[in-house]
Ligand binder design. Structure first.
Ligand code: SF4
Ligand code: SF4
Length: 138
């Protein structure tokens, strides 16, 4: 038995507290590693808090790199290789406490990075909500 306050009367009482568990939402089109990307897909890039903080800090270095690559007329493949090396050395200085090793050819090579979004920064999905949309399995 648990003590509780009746919402209507404000009086203290005793009884069983029933928690209504939401159904799992892994099949939702907006679900990704326990997070919800509904808002991000409605307005991509609108919420700065969802962005990877490492990439945000590398933005000006990247712009500078592009300007130089243009000036030296670097081929795309070489420019990408050089940027990756530069990015890795910058990332080693910046770091991220939430970093999880990835297996992509990106910098940072973080498993939580999706384009420029950090999946850990998206709101958590706490189960099926009114926005639940079944994934297209076609
Ligand atoms: S956890 Fe990964 S994606 Fe998120 S901010 Fe850190 S490096 Fe970027
Ligand atoms: S069920 Fe709702 S909260 Fe969960 S991922 Fe889908 S839309 Fe987002």
């Amino acid at each position: 038995m648990n003590e509780f306050y009746d919402r209507n009367t404000g009086k203290r009482g005793e009884g069983r507290v029933t928690r209504v568990a939401r159904l799992p939402a892994v099949a939702c089109a907006h679900f990704i590693v326990g997070r919800c990307r509904y808002e991000e897909s409605l307005n991509p890039g609108y919420e700065p808090g969802y962005r990877c903080q490492v990439l945000a800090r590398l933005e000006s270095a990247y712009d500078e790199f592009l300007t130089r690559a243009d000036a030296f007329a670097l081929e795309e493949e070489l420019a990408a290789k050089l940027w990756r090396a530069r990015c890795e050395s910058l990332y080693a200085k910046i770091g991220c406490p939430d970093y999880e090793p990835g297996d992509k050819n990106t910098c940072p090579d973080c498993a939580l990075l999706a384009d420029d979004v950090c999946l850990k920064r998206l709101p958590e999905c706490s189960g099926r909500c009114p926005r639940y949309t079944l994934k297209n399995r076609g």
